[in-house]
Design a protein around this ligand. Structure first.
Ligand code: F0G
Length: 458
């Protein structure tokens, strides 16, 4: 008999978590104004709000932390990190930053000017924010297949080359670079194929434009290329990563995801002039060029994390857990963005809470219902997150309305996945009783989803 699949690690340290009662949760929901960002973590049983900075480090990483060099300038820890990055990406120039959005801030301060247009595939909110804050525009060129949640398509994160070429043809002079997010978080943790990255490079070369990868989940992207794309099965994840990055000019990184650390980020590039241009902003906003807001020990842990998470077994364990949860949801017929992506399940709230009108925010309503049901915290990636149109001030109901359930790396077991699946089933079974959602009683003018205050409609 073939042995079943199991994790490629064992557990050395545990952190207790606590269940709560429905009455307690009801009270806490009122207190947090039906916005789960405002809950205390002790009020949460299983926390799927993000996979960012919530992973568990390995014994090798904790060991490396004891060796951190905290010198202000020229720390050995920086050079370990630089070597690890060079080994995986081939990039010679590295600037550490305290997290991913800080890398965007530093690099875009050098590269983005007012009136610029930055095409990409579903820019992440902070990426878009850093473009728009500079009075520039982000143009989404993701393939249309990504919008149909029930369509099985292996690389739903891909760029539509025709859309991209149109932007370059019409407004090429305004484009400082193309940014490709691997994997495409906003579309559902969906990967971008190597072929698509190659086609982007070809168009970029035709119009003489650089390409940046937003690389938060680059290793998960490489895993999908290995298992889904013709010709990559026998290559190692590190080989695939080197090939991916050979198609880019540089990268921004949130190390809190595929770097397997709780905090950190960096910029890496093959261009000395980018490094020279951005380093002043690193010093101004983050710190000296050999630490950029990171502790020496954290750079050491990151160097190990990058190496560990570009090994197949580590990624297989992770992605199979996300797939396990997806298979459980399939048993119950629950709709989500298919096929399941790398870091999360994106439940299609419009298809679940069919009786809740758009104006009452179905995905946020589902987020609240799932917390009420079992103390599981997800995160709305839908109409509230979409903010209002800056000109008309109307809600933007044009996109998809998801409840995202992120799976932290190396943190929960498949028993927790079973609890999540059954809790969702229980909400799904009573979906026709949920006819009303939530209304906004207070909101911030930008990035409102973090602090919004809501109230039940009925
Ligand atoms: N790019 C992508 C694709 C991201 O998913 C994130 C963060 C960032 C950039 C910014 O990185 O948080 O280190 O500043 N995503 C988190 C999430 C917050 O929950 O998806 P950061």
């Amino acid at each position: 008999m073939e042995l079943p699949f199991a994790e490629s690690w064992k557990i050395k340290m545990v952190e207790p978590i606590r269940k709560s009662t429905r009455e307690e949760r009801e009270k806490w929901l009122k207190e947090c104004n039906y916005n789960v960002f405002m809950l205390r973590s002790e009020q949460v049983y299983i926390d799927c709000i993000t996979d960012s900075g919530t992973g568990a480090m390995s014994d090798r990483q904790w060991g490396a932390m004891m060796m951190g060099d905290e010198s202000y300038a020229g720390a050995r820890s920086f050079f370990s990190l630089k070597d690890a990055i060079k080994n995986i990406t081939g990039f010679d120039y590295v600037l550490p930053t305290h997290q991913g959005r800080a890398a965007e801030n530093v690099l875009f301060s050098y590269l983005v000017k007012p009136g610029n247009i930055v095409p990409g595939n579903s820019h992440f909110d902070t990426t878009k924010g850093h473009i728009e804050a500079r009075k520039a525009f982000a143009v989404d060129c993701t393939i249309d297949e990504a919008k149909d949640t029930q369509l099985e398509y292996p690389f739903k994160g891909n760029v539509d080359i025709k859309k991209l070429e149109k932007v370059l043809q019409e407004n090429g002079d305004k484009v400082p670079f193309i940014i490709i997010t691997i994997t495409n978080n906003t579309a559902g943790g969906q990967p971008v194929s190597m072929q698509n990255l190659r086609e982007v490079r070809k168009v970029a070369d035709k119009y003489n434009k650089p390409v940046i990868f937003d690389s938060a989940r680059f290793a998960e992207n490489a895993y999908f290329i290995k298992v889904r794309e013709e010709g990559y099965r026998n290559l190692t994840i590190k080989d695939i990563c080197r090939e991916m990055f050979s198609l880019a000019d540089g990268m921004t990184m949130s190390s809190k995801k595929d770097g397997l650390v709780n905090m950190g980020g960096f910029i890496a590039t093959r261009h000395e002039d980018w490094y020279e241009g951005a380093k002043g902003y690193c010093i101004q906003f983050e710190g000296f060029v050999t630490y950029g807001g990171m502790n020496g020990r954290d750079m050491d842990a990151l160097a190990v994390g990058l190496d560990e998470n570009t090994e197949f077994d580590m990624l297989e364990t992770r992605i199979k857990q996300v797939e396990y949860l997806a298979h459980r949801l399939d048993e119950f017929g629950i709709p989500y963005q298919r096929p399941v992506g790398g870091h999360a399940i994106f439940l299609d709230a419009d298809r679940i809470l069919t009786e809740v009108p758009k104006e009452e925010f179905p995905a946020q309503t589902l987020t609240v219902e799932l917390y009420r049901e079992a103390g599981i915290r997800g995160c709305e990636i839908g109409y509230i997150l979409a903010d209002r149109d800056p000109v008309t001030r109307e809600n933007r109901f044009g996109g998809l309305d998801f409840l995202r359930l992120c799976i932290p790396r190396r943190v929960y077991t498949n028993n927790h996945m079973d609890v999540i699946a059954v809790a969702i089933k229980n909400v799904y079974d009573r979906r026709h009783e949920i006819k009303h959602g939530l209304k906004i009683v207070w909101e911030a003018p930008l990035l409102r989803h973090f602090t919004v205050k809501l109230e039940p409609v009925d």
